[in-house]
Design a protein around this ligand. Structure first.
Ligand SMILES: [Zn+2]
Length: 308
């Protein structure tokens, strides 16, 4: 069984305007990094379009309609200071949702060992009824609900190592003990949530890091806080909110991770997925705004997914 990669040219058609860090070139950076010899056995698939039914499991229909109606015929619509919609954004985010759900289908069916979805826009800041932080729909949350509703998995874990806290994912599952959410993130930093004391109904684990922290502090927090809690949760599926903006080159934050940290963290998650979840792991790209850091970090992550 292979590692499957979902990609689609539409992910580069979501436009955000000049100077925006969450830009179409991110997709080319990831694609180029995954063209290396080491990735010739990646099972590459085009992302299918997702269903509104899947989206509605996390976002109210009114909200989805609002996003659809905000879609301009040309030019850009600004939802807030950071979050922008262009004519193809709705189609792009629906394909991103579709790939996340297809990834769950694949690992449940056993047609892939694990899955990486190289899509944009990212999703972890999208709350139930609020688009923010470059995010429209919360793909990780939608994939978790899809696993429960369509495949009957009971316990789904989402692990988020993006440098920003996934306030949206936390919002959606704050009172739901069937979904575990754990995050390492820089604090204080956008969006301001993610304090250690935010624990939901015991299903939320926040392990904030401080400005300037690097590999040692990340591995300590991930290894001593996130991983033991994940293991105790006994997930049936592990979803990764894989942002690569904690990389030392990233312009939006101030942590100092290196590519090897993503290799290490991926290996640790695979160990728990193997032990608890039959190896089922679906990883979704979130942030990462330095093109070189993004490409190299993605390559380390996906290579570890392939090696196991
Ligand atoms: Zn981020």
């Amino acid at each position: 069984m292979l590692t499957r990669l979902y990609h689609h040219p539409i992910f580069a058609e979501h436009l955000t305007g000049p100077g925006h860090p969450e830009r179409p070139e991110r997709m080319a950076a990831v694609a180029t990094a995954l063209e290396a010899e080491a990735f010739q056995n990646l099972d590459r698939m085009l992302a299918p379009e997702g269903s509104l039914e899947a989206v509605y499991r996390c976002h109210p229909a009114d909200y989805v309609r609002k996003i659809a109606k905000a879609t301009p015929e040309d030019g850009l619509t600004r939802i807030d200071g950071d979050t922008v919609i262009s004519p193809r954004s709705f189609a792009a985010v629906l394909h991103s949702v579709g790939a996340a759900c297809a990834g769950v289908d694949d690992v449940v069916a056993g047609t892939a060992r694990n899955v990486f979805v190289a899509s944009r826009p990212p999703g972890h800041h999208a709350e139930r009824a609020t688009a923010m932080g470059f995010c429209l729909f919360n793909q990780a949350a939608i994939a978790a609900r899809h696993a429960q509703a369509v495949h009957g998995l009971e316990r789904v874990a989402i692990v988020d190592w993006d440098v920003h806290h996934g306030n949206g994912t936390q919002d959606i599952f704050f009172d739901d003990p069937s979904v575990f959410y754990a995050s390492t993130h820089e604090m204080p930093l956008y969006p301001g949530t993610g304090a250690r004391e935010e624990t939901g109904v015991g299903n939320i684990v926040n392990a904030p890091l401080r400005t300037g922290d690097g590999s040692d502090e990340f591995r300590e927090a991930f290894g001593s806080v996130v991983l033991p809690a994940l293991d105790r949760f006994r997930p049936d599926l592990v979803i990764v909110s894989a942002g690569f903006d904690a990389h030392h080159r990233d312009p939006l934050a101030n942590l100092n991770l290196v590519e090897a940290d993503y290799d290490w963290a991926t290996g640790k998650l695979l160990e728990i997925a193997d032990r608890r979840a039959g190896g089922r792991l679906v990883s979704l790209l979130e942030g990462g705004y330095d093109l070189r850091g993004l490409g190299q970090s993605t390559a380390s992550h996906v290579q570890r997914l392939m090696i196991g």
